[in-house]
Design a protein around this ligand. Sequence first.
Ligand SMILES: [Zn+2]
Length: 264
Amino acid sequence: MSVTAKLVKVFTVDKQIDALQSRLKVAEKVLAEQTKLASDFEAKRAKVEGDIKTLQAQASNFEGESKRLEDKINKLKEQMNTAQTNKQYQAFLVEVNTMGNEKGAAEKSALELLEKIDGLRKQSDELAAQRQERESMAGVAKNNRDTRATEIKDKLEALKAERATNAADVPSDVLRDYERTFHQRGEDTVAHVELQSRKDQEFTCGGCMMLIPVQAVNGLLASGKITMCTNCRCYLYVNDDLKQQLAEPNKPKSRKSKSEAEAL
Ligand SMILES: [Zn+2]
């Protein structure tokens, strides 16, 4: 068996493995995406919770300040009652008023911060709900993935074993190049040669439809050496149908069987 034929055998199994794993891969992709989104929402929520803590500390400072001023005002009011002169009384009154203003300002600041905290709490709740939603989507994807993995397990193992046997026949450098290509291009890695005109010896690549030099086709027919399309860089091979067709005498395409053709 030629190296191209061996490679095509590997490719045929690789395509089956790919198809078998496609639903699994979709579920894995969804799982990864939703898990990432859930953790993004959680990170945002954690940041908002951090902001809430900072603002709470600031608010309680203002509340403490307001309480401290209130105590002081109460003391001053007691002292006011013992004022000896009107001048003394007026001085206390000015101080009480000033502190009253300061207390008002501290209360206002505390209130503003508490309002901000309320807004942030709502944000945090929304983020938690969004995280929850993503987590449940990730849960569904995880179930899908696990179910699919179980469904295909036996078939996949059998294909992998078949693939290993086929791959062992292919020279390692050829296999390495092929695997790199398959990783990037999947089912477009290999294409068969198509006959356009027997009379004009015109062949095209089944992948990109560009012309293939007849020498390349002859090389494939003679030795099956690794041959790539110079345009799309896929691996080319000649399938059995075309081999049979080319083995028949050069005459207009008929539906006669090979033995009939040979008898003519
Ligand atoms: Zn091509």
